[in-house]
Every structure is written in C-alpha cells, then in structure tokens.
Design a protein around this ligand. Structure first.
Ligand code: EPZ
Length: 418
C-alpha cells in the first residue's frame, strides 16, 4: 500500500490552481445518464471516486474517452440499468445515479452505496423521495430493485436537507411526467452546479441553492458541454494548511463565496486573507489563536468536509476549542491518529474538545477516511520530524495528488509506492 511521508516545519508559499469539485463532478456524471448524446466535461479531475463513477457509466452502456483535460462521454446507448455491488460499494455517488437511471431507462437495480465510513449513512430519504414520484422500490439483500414505468412528478418533503437525496430526486424529476417540487432541499453550491449542467442539456429546473427546487419534466435531454465548479473543500484544506505552517500562498480558480464560513473563522484571527476575483491570498505568521467553537452545518454553515482539517489546526492553536460534528455520527476517527502525534483531544458523542499544544510530533498514522486523511497530512506539515500516513488510497478519492499540490506550495512531502 502506498504511503505519504511528510517532514514537518516548512512554511508554505507559492501559487496553486484549484481543481474541479469532486462533489460536483459525481452528481454531474450521474446526470449524464439522462443525456441522449455527447457529454463533454472540461477540467475533469482524476480523483478515484470520479474514475469509479466513470466505470459505473460504462457498465450502463456509456462510452468515455479523455482529450487532454476534457472527459468525453457518449451516452447515446444507455440501455442497462444495474449497478452491481462491486461497483456501487466504491462510492457514495452510486446511490444518486438511481434517479437518473430511472428517468432514462425506467428500471434500476442498484446495490447499497459505499463512501467514507463516517456514519451509518442511511438511504431512507432517497427511497422516500423516489417513492413520492411513484417509483416502486423493493429493498432486499442489499439491493434496491426499482420500477419507474409510472414515474411522475410529485411533492417531496425531505426530513433533512440531504445533499445526495436532493440530487437524486432532482434527477428523477427531469424526465418524469409533470412537475416535481422538493421542499427542505440541500443548498450546497454543487447542487446549483448540477442544475446548471442539466438545464444546459435541456432540463427545466429552478431554485437550486434555495430550500425549494422545482423541476418541470421534459421529454429528452441532448448533448452538453460543461465546466464544473472548483473544489471548495480542497481550497479550504490548503488554506488551513497554510495557516498552520505560516507563510504566504495564493490559490487561483476559487469561488471564494463558497468558503465564507471558513474565511470568517480564520481572517484576522489566525491570518490575513485577501480576495481578488477568483484568487485568494493567505498570509499567516503561524501564531494561532484557538477558535472557541466550530459547529458543522448544512451549507452555508461550516462544512463537515473541513472538520478534520480545522481540527488539525486547532491542535496547535493557543487555547481550547470545541468542535461539534452535527452531520455524521462517527466522523471523529482521525482523533485517535492525531493523539498519536501528541494532540490533546477529548471526544464525547458529537463533540470534541481540543486543547492546543506547543507542537505535534511526527508519527506513523492511518488515513481512516478521505478528509480524516487530509487532516493528518496537514498535521504532518507542522509536526516535529517525519510523519508517515498509510492507507492513502482514501485521500486519493478526493485529491488528485495532495502531495504534489503541497510540494508546489513548498512542503517537504512525497508519496512512497510500496
Ligand atoms: C454528500 O454526502 C457529500 N458526498 C459528502 O462529502 C458530504 O460530507 C455530505 O454530502 C454533507 O455535505 C458527495 O456529494 C459525493 P447527506 P451525502 O445525504 O449526500 C443523513 C466528502 O468527503 N441522511 O447530505 O451522503 C446522513 O446520515 C464526502 O467529499 C439520512 O439520514 O450526505 C447524514 O447524517 C463525505 N438519510 C446527513 O443526512 C438519507 O437517506 C447528511 O447526509 C441520506 C442522508
């Protein structure tokens, strides 16, 4: 298994362009199932989750090729409707392909999804939402077998603003007969991106980014060319890393309005942040004051996907901070690994109390999940000595090459193939 080795102590500096958003590309690839034509995605990112999603599309009859930074999909012959366990278990995004498969082929048989082990990650809201659109679902032996021949628009009230369930129902409504309304919809920017992609292909969707989304069913979607949003979580990861190390970095191609919740926590507290268009400059002395309290919330609140990274920052901040993880019930698996590096963290249920320490010490740690692994890399940037991170396949699911990115910014980091 590959490992990442980080030697702590370097300040970060330099400029880095941010790649496309994983959590935009995955639903957009699912949405491409609805398109009877060619789908061209520019600046497509080579994250493992995206590669797995392309394999799912190929298994349904899609054809794909890459031309420099663009992914070209031929979605004319989508006739199959099954996502077997060995593919579905690779990524969470297999579940929200369900709505698109039903819209296009009227039948679907999808195994339970995979994704980061950060909680039970039930799919009840997905099932309830699709049943409200008159889909008949049999949930047995880890498979959802669905009959969408009578698929029609309807009203869906989500008990929780689930990102995936919002996307799933949105896509099921695109080719359904009649109007679909989603209430208490998730408002993440990636959902707006999915709406823009589908509308460009001929869909009629409005309201994404608000808690009520309306979809007017259409007959068919055609070809589409699209460039996804930049990844706000990758941008946030590297902003936090530079604040921890001290230094002067500039990230380009960033939608800074999408990370306001992070900027408001850091600016003038641990660093100076300057924004010019899609460029964000972070100047930091590395002298950090603890942030009293951070609560993860649905967008536009503080993103759960930056929780392990901001926890790494708090382990070396001056004072004590509390982090409350409201989205996922077991998203603290990285705490044990940070403690191996000398962090002082106490967890109780969904809360973690972090007492800042003078310094962390390099250690051998394990990436427990995608963003937990990213948090460990950040901790390694400031730890005394060498930190070796194993199970880095988890990190590759959402970062093309975190070690290459951070090397460009001056870190002493490399991947060791074993
Ligand atoms: C998406 O996951 C993201 N993944 C996650 O990013 C992100 O953490 C999450 O949204 C929250 O922002 C992708 O977009 C591929 P949810 P998703 O449904 O859709 C509960 C990363 O690191 N829930 O919004 O699975 C669920 O248990 C990943 O990039 C139900 O109860 O998240 C959780 O408590 C990790 N029933 C809450 O909703 C359901 O049917 C939020 O989950 C669905 C969800």
């Amino acid at each position: 298994m590959d490992k990442i080795i980080v030697k702590g102590g370097r300040k970060l500096s330099g400029e880095l362009e941010i790649s496309s958003a994983k959590n935009s590309c995955l639903p957009i690839l699912a949405g491409s199932i609805l398109c009877s034509g060619e789908v061209i995605l520019h600046k497509y990112p080579k994250y493992d989750d995206v590669t797995n999603m392309i394999e799912i599309l190929q298994n349904l009859g899609g054809k794909s090729k890459v031309q420099s930074q663009s992914l070209i999909l031929d979605m004319n012959n989508i006739s199959k409707f099954e996502i077997p366990r060995e593919l579905a278990s690779l990524t969470r995004s297999s579940i929200f392909s369900l709505g698109a498969i039903l819209g296009r082929v009227k039948f679907a048989k999808v195994a339970y999804p995979g994704g980061c082990e950060i909680g039970a990650r039930p799919i009840d809201l997905h099932i309830k939402g699709l049943e409200a659109l008159n889909v008949k679902i049999v949930d047995r032996r880890g498979y959802l077998t669905c009959d969408g021949r009578e698929l029609r628009g309807g009203n869906v009230h989500l008990d929780f603003p689930s990102v995936g369930a919002t996307e799933n129902v949105m896509m099921a409504g695109v080719l359904a007969k009649g109007k679909t309304k989603i209430f208490n919809a998730a408002k993440e920017p990636e959902i707006v991106d999915l709406q823009n992609f589908l509308n460009k292909a001929g869909a009629k969707i409005k309201g994404a980014g608000t808690s009520t989304i309306i979809i007017d069913g259409v007959e068919k979607l055609g070809s589409v060319e699209y460039t996804p949003l930049p990844d706000r979580i990758i941008a946030g990861t590297y902003i936090i890393g530079s604040v921890m190390c001290g230094g002067d970095i500039t990230l380009t191609g960033v939608k800074t309005e999408h990370i306001q919740s992070l900027i408001s926590k850091l600016d003038n507290n641990c660093c100076k942040i300057t924004i010019k268009g899609d460029r964000i400059r972070v100047l930091s002395s590395g002298k950090l004051k603890s942030i009293n309290k951070i609560e993860t919330m649905p967008y536009p609140g503080f993103p759960t996907d930056l929780q392990p990274q901001i926890m790494a920052l708090e382990t070396i901040s001056n004072g004590t901070s509390v982090i409350v993880e409201n989205l996922f019930e077991t998203r603290f698996k990285h705490v044990g690994e940070l403690i191996k590096m000398g962090a002082q963290i106490l967890t109780e249920g969904r809360s973690a109390v972090i007492k800042g320490v003078e310094k962390l010490y390099g250690a051998e740690v394990v990436a427990t999940d995608l963003r937990g692994g990213a948090g460990l890399v950040l901790a390694g940037l400031v730890a005394d000595g060498y930190t070796t991170i194993s199970n880095v396949g988890q990190i590759k699911r959402g970062y093309e090459s975190i070690e290459k990115d951070l090397s460009i910014l001056g870190a002493d980091i490399k991947k060791v193939e074993s």
